[in-house]
Design a protein around this ligand. Structure first.
Ligand code: ADP
Length: 177
């Protein structure tokens, strides 16, 4: 499914983010940037050790990556040129600024892409795995933030790569409206 928002194509794809050929893919990392499970593990496995080396250099310079912030490395062995690593919030009931922090994760990833002249980018469903952010709520934030951002900066494409059929359905329902 795809939809134009201004000059930007917003698309939904079911599949594996490590296989996307957009200029950048986004990693749902943790604050250590040293790798983890889920999509983070998949990206480091597919991209190879170079990505972890670059992450370590970033950590040596600026320490950990705070929740809601984003940093960039190359894509290592993957088809994508760059990986933008962002850290979504851990869901803990909704009163710990989780909505704002999730918005920041999307916004700052898009902003890092913009700063690097990147025109196409793929996102996973940040925070909705191990971090347990409620899916419908997360999808609304993801789409709203992207739609707002592309009013100011045109990407050729912003793609959401959903791992499960269920996630795909949730995104489709939300993008329809
Ligand atoms: P978080 O810790 O931010 O919740 P997770 O990696 O646990 O991150 O999950 C985020 C989302 O990424 C989940 O919807 C999960 O199903 C999905 N996911 C896991 N592996 C991949 C992959 N290879 N490509 C795309 N999405 C993936």
């Amino acid at each position: 499914m795809e939809k134009m928002v201004g000059k930007t194509k917003l698309s939904l794809v079911q599949g594996d983010i490590t296989l996307q050929e957009t200029e950048a893919i986004v990693n749902a990392a943790n604050t250590t940037l040293l790798g983890g499970g889920g999509v983070d593990g998949a990206i480091h496995r597919a991209g190879g050790p170079k990505i972890l080396e670059e992450c370590k250099e970033i950590v040596a310079k600026q320490e950990r990556c705070p929740t809601g912030e984003a940093v960039i490395t190359t894509g290592g062995n993957m088809a994508t040129k760059y990986v933008i690593h962002t850290v979504g919030p851990v869901w803990s009931g909704g009163n710990r600024n989780e909505d704002r922090l999730l918005r920041n994760a999307y916004y700052n990833s898009l902003n890092v892409a913009k700063e690097n002249g990147i025109k196409s980018i793929s996102f996973p469903s940040i925070s909705t795995g191990v971090y347990r952010f409620p899916k419908e709520r997360a999808v609304k934030i993801a789409l709203t933030t992207v739609k707002e951002f592309v009013q100011e900066y045109n990407f050729e494409e912003v793609r959401f790569v959903l791992f499960s059929e269920n996630d795909m359905r949730i995104y489709e329902n939300e993008l329809k409206d």
